[in-house]
Design a protein around this ligand. Structure first.
Ligand SMILES: *[C@@H]1O[C@H](CO)[C@@H](O)[C@H](O)[C@H]1NC(C)=O
Ligand SMILES: *[C@@H]1O[C@H](CO)[C@@H](O)[C@H](O)[C@H]1NC(C)=O
Length: 342
């Protein structure tokens, strides 16, 4: 670590002189030898190459040789999983090794929200039943040539999906109402929503309740910190909601998403098929239905939902995911989807 930092300083120092600097490498020198010395005598070169690429791509550094061995072992197992899933779902869904490839299943579950027992819900606005026919496809990233969805975010190691999903749904509501497209502060929701476990998970409905009572400021006023900070109380309010609408089942969800705007949903993400999703219409019948992750539905096609995720643009379909519609995919309707109303 120190050595690498030193190298970085030297490298930055020479930056102005040399036009093609050598970047510090995250590759582990003599990895096969290290593995041999730790009872992994003939590691397959495919694992070694993929692991080294992974370290460089995601700037990973481990503190001890023991941790290198442990991470390599987990990574190799995940390598096999991804290979198997790609064969199993060939032609339908693709998977890839990503940022989360060195985490064990337990660590992945810890990163997500713990499923909570169903709580009685607060009252919400009633939806006026209209008989208008809905379009077959809706994508709020392009409605009448206008984008109503902000750029993809990166939540990092904090389980703040619920705050991001809530902010994103309000951002779209503001834009659809003619208020312009602006990033709102998920950090404010993370820090200030009273009933939440902060980075260990929270309820979108509580974050909506906060945005109703206190309003929400912009991400520029109150930027994301990747961890919880002390709630700043003197920030200007940029948007405020008057309440929210809940959808009862996927048909009503389509009606609301199609006619009003993006909705917050919770689904189970504690599966490796979701963790390593790369593209296609995800459809995993073995996925549980306990909600462990919050996302935003920004549209749909005839047989799929389009979900906005917060794992950066490198994940999935440039940060998005399509999932099977009409099958309660991973419990997408276990908790009622929520539409913020200004
Ligand atoms: C898109 O344009 C159509 C036709 O002009 C209009 O009826 C509809 O309300 C517009 N939708 C939005 C979300 O602005
Ligand atoms: C919002 O934040 C994203 C990600 O940081 C950024 O790419 C985008 O330019 C910002 N603004 C809008 C309007 O999306």
């Amino acid at each position: 670590m120190l050595w690498k930092t030193g190298l970085l300083v030297v490298f930055l120092g020479t930056l102005s002189v040399k036009s093609e600097p050598i970047l510090p490498s995250f590759r582990i020198p003599n990895l096969p030898l290290l593995l041999q010395n730790h009872n992994i005598p003939n590691p397959d070169v495919k694992y070694i190459n993929a692991f080294q690429e992974f370290l460089v791509k995601y700037l990973k550094e481990y503190k001890t040789n023991e941790e290198i061995i442990q991470r390599f072992t987990i990574f190799s197992r995940n390598f096999d999983l991804v290979e198997r899933y790609n064969l199993e779902d060939a032609g339908k869904v693709t998977y890839e090794l990503n940022e989360f490839s060195d985490l064990s299943d337990e660590e992945w579950k810890k990163f997500l929200m713990t499923p909570r027992p169903g709580k009685p819900r607060k009252t919400s606005k009633a939806l006026s039943k209209s008989l208008e026919t809905l379009p077959d496809t809706v994508d709020w990233r392009n409605v009448n040539e206008t984008n109503h969805v902000t750029g993809i975010k990166y939540q990092g190691p904090c389980g703040s999906c619920w705050a991001f999903a809530t902010a994103a749904a309000i951002e779209s509501a503001v834009s659809i109402n003619g208020g312009g497209l602006e990033n709102l502060s998920s950090q404010q929701l993370l820090d200030c929503t009273p009933i939440s476990d902060k980075c260990s998970g929270g309820e979108p409905i509580e974050a909506l309740s906060f945005a109703q009572t206190h309003g929400i400021t912009s991400a520029r006023n109150y930027p994301y910190y990747f961890w919880t900070t002390k709630c700043q109380e003197t920030v200007p309010t940029v948007a405020r909601i008057s309440g929210w609408i809940e959808a009862d089942g996927e048909e009503e969800m389509a009606r609301i998403v199609g006619s009003k705007g993006p909705m917050i949903v919770c689904a189970n993400f504690a599966t490796n098929k979701n963790r390593f999703y790369r593209g296609g219409i995800a459809d995993d019948p073995d996925c549980g239905t306990e909600p462990t992750h919050a996302l935003v539905v920004v549209g749909y096609g005839p047989d799929y939902w389009i979900l906005k995720n917060t794992y950066s643009k490198v994940w999935g379909e440039r940060g998005y995911m399509r999932v099977r519609r009409g099958v309660n995919w991973c419990g997408i309707n276990t908790e009622k989807p929520l539409l913020p109303v200004l």
